[in-house]
Design a protein around this ligand. Structure first.
Ligand code: AMP
Ligand code: GLY
Length: 423
């Protein structure tokens, strides 16, 4: 197969790597891709959201299969545009993708179909939010409705903090993601875990799980980010994790999608809080996680490209891959101002090869004359496989130190407690 990956982050670098390693992959392309995808295939200078241009180039380049990476491509309807052009796509339609692109849609979907989730109130204006807060007691999670790259959620310890945050959002500053609606949510207590399930439109099957570290600083301090590190498989969860997720979340979600005639083809990312009563959905995402993908894919053996293609063709074939019992830890190297702003960096070494079960995946970046330029933010994810979590963690941090020296810059920072404390 000639395969196109849409997107330009470290998730897409990992997808491109794993797809390219698959026996059924003949050639790999990326749109727009990054320094990593450029090392194994052609990058097209086309935005991930430009469905028309992607469809046209796919026809010219005889692409057999497209894997959508980011939520922005799904929300822009790239999957719909490609399917209209007769191309096989892994990634849901824009409509089904509202499970991620609208927190309000997702919340109401979960309420309609009995999927456990936090109690929530939707508000379309500052006044409505204020009225809801008048009745509120204790901490409150404030969520912007639209896509905000992990930056549209604030866990406010009390009502006063939530009020002043909302006054800022509705006053001078804009609401993250650019919308006008918000969700106020009860705060759930427990441990977070992300479960990834493949859905071919008729069946939904979990294929892996990971723990992600969302806060910028060590010991879970600082603002929420897209994710600063991850490990897989999750440690310290009940043995029946998958059974409970299947029964309480995936089965009702699939019934709901079918009842509402939504064609969901791709991965359903269930961001869960494991409470004393079991799993509650914090969020659904309509695509693979970043950085979770970077720690999931090194653990999947076999023909991953054929597996995703079987999903996209409506007949998932789980016999195409197996999951390794090894553990994988991933650490994100970011510019020190992330997530507040992104400082571009130039002249980074393009050589990020690492030995012995370790890999580095590039975030948004370009390869120019043997060096790499990045827009900043999450620059690299460094991953390592090991026979247990602590072995994988030791190898990952050793690789980070090795790479930080080689990149020739002190401008990158990272958390030092990934896979050492519960996220
Ligand atoms: P989201 O973008 O909805 O995944 O939220 C980002 C992060 O905010 C989550 O990973 C949690 O750490 C936190 N969060 C969101 N909703 C809740 C909730 N209802 N209770 C506790 N923490 C939450
Ligand atoms: N790591 C969180 C996400 O991909 O949304």
């Amino acid at each position: 197969m000639r395969i196109l990956v849409v997107g330009n982050g470290a998730r897409e670098d990992a997808l491109s790597w794993r797809l390219a390693e698959s026996p059924s992959c003949e050639a790999i392309f990326a749109a727009p891709g990054n320094a990593g995808t450029a090392s194994r295939g052609e990058n097209w200078e086309i935005a991930a959201t430009d469905g028309r241009a992607i469809a046209q180039r796919c026809a010219e380049q005889r692409i057999d299969f497209v894997v959508l990476g980011p939520e922005t491509a799904i929300a822009a309807g790239v999957g719909d545009r490609l399917r209209d052009a007769g191309i096989t796509v892994f990634g849901p339609s824009r409509s089904a993708g509202r499970l991620e692109s609208s927190k309000i849609f997702a919340k109401r979907f979960m309420q309609r179909h009995g999927i456990p989730t936090a109690h929530a109130v939707v508000a379309h204006s500052f006044e409505a939010a204020e009225r809801a807060l008048d009745e509120w007691d204790g901490s409150v999670v404030v969520k912007a409705d639209g896509l905000a790259a992990g930056k549209g959620v604030v866990v406010a310890p009390d009502v006063a903090t939530a009020r002043s945050l909302l006054a800022g959002w509705y006053g001078g500053a804009r609401i993250p993601g650019g919308g006008s609606d918000i969700v106020l949510e009860e705060r759930l207590e427990g441990r977070e875990v992300s479960v990834f399930a493949l859905c071919d439109g008729r069946a939904i099957v979990p294929i892996g799980a990971a723990c992600d570290y969302k806060r910028a600083g060590d010991s879970d301090t600082g603002p929420n980010t897209g994710g600063m590190g991850a490990y897989s498989p999750p440690a310290g969860f009940p043995g029946e994790l998958y059974d409970l997720v299947r029964e309480r979340i995936l089965a009702p979600a699939l019934r709901g999608l079918l009842a509402e005639s939504e064609s969901y083809i791709g991965v359903l990312y269930c961001g869960l809080m494991w409470t004393v009563d079991g799993p509650y959905v914090i969020e659904f995402n309509a695509r693979f996680g970043d950085p979770e993908t970077q720690v999931l894919l090194p653990r999947i053996n076999g023909d991953f490209a054929a597996l995703l293609h079987s999903v996209a063709s409506g007949a998932i074939d789980l016999s195409l891959t197996t999951t390794s019992s090894q553990h994988c830890v991933g650490i994100v190297l970011a510019t020190s101002d992330y997530p507040r702003s992104n400082t571009p960096l130039k002249g980074l070494s393009a050589d990020v090869a690492l030995g012995d079960g370790c890999r580095a995946f590039w975030g948004g970046s370009q390869r120019l004359d043997g060096t790499v330029t990045t827009g900043g933010g999450r620059v690299l994810t460094v991953t390592a496989l090991g026979d247990d979590l602590s072995a994988a963690r030791g190898k990952a941090y050793a690789a980070v130190e090795q790479l930080a020296g080689r990149l020739g810059t002190g401008a990158l920072t990272y958390r030092t407690d990934i896979a050492a404390v519960s996220p």
